[in-house]
Design a protein around this ligand. Sequence first.
Ligand SMILES: [Zn+2]
Length: 245
Amino acid sequence: MKNFINKLTLFTSTLILLLTGSIIPSASMDNPPEMTDSNSKKVVYLTFDDGPSENTTKILDILKENDVKATFFIISPYIPSHNDIVKRIYEEGHAIGNHTADHEFDKIYTSEEAFMKSFNKQQEFIKEMTGSECRIFRFPGGSKNTLVRNARGKDFTKNIIVKLESEGFHCYDWNVDSGDSHASSVPVGTICNNILKEIKDKDGNLKNPSIVLMHDCLTKKTTVQALPEIIKIFKDNGYEFDTLK
Ligand SMILES: [Zn+2]
């Protein structure tokens, strides 16, 4: 299992490398990932960004009913009672990732120091809620966000990844976008069709692993409604569910 996770980390790093066209000095340079055998176990990582909110509790109920674990890249709750939702995520065996404390692009992407301030604040919050050290993170907007790239240059997120990975953190983007952030409310059918399209690579093969981007903030009610069907899509295609580490 550990070996597989290492491979996933290598896969992610290599994916970033390929997409950015830049060299990221990590273990991936010495150990390129093996090609995935089509008969090997397929793994999906469901990820939910920008929570917690009331929708998170509905998502947790659906995950429990389906005996599925997921990963939540959380920001600091605006409402203090939502701290209990963070505790519930952790207690029910899901993974929690750092998505910065406030997710405000105007603030966190002004300088590396500003980013790290929000990142560190969120590390402390997660430690306070769960009692354990969070080791995974996702940039608001993703590491290849064009807004950030255009404003700060292509090395901005890359430099932070190098720094944080050297400290034992793992950065995750996604390779299956549910598209639930493309409008304030995306219809359930559109979300499911996006997933069906995105789980296949350009050659029509199922992606392995699949890292699925969804959102559990308050406005994303249709994501909650689509979730049972999304889980069914991955089960029908022979995927096993796991959490990012
Ligand atoms: Zn986000």
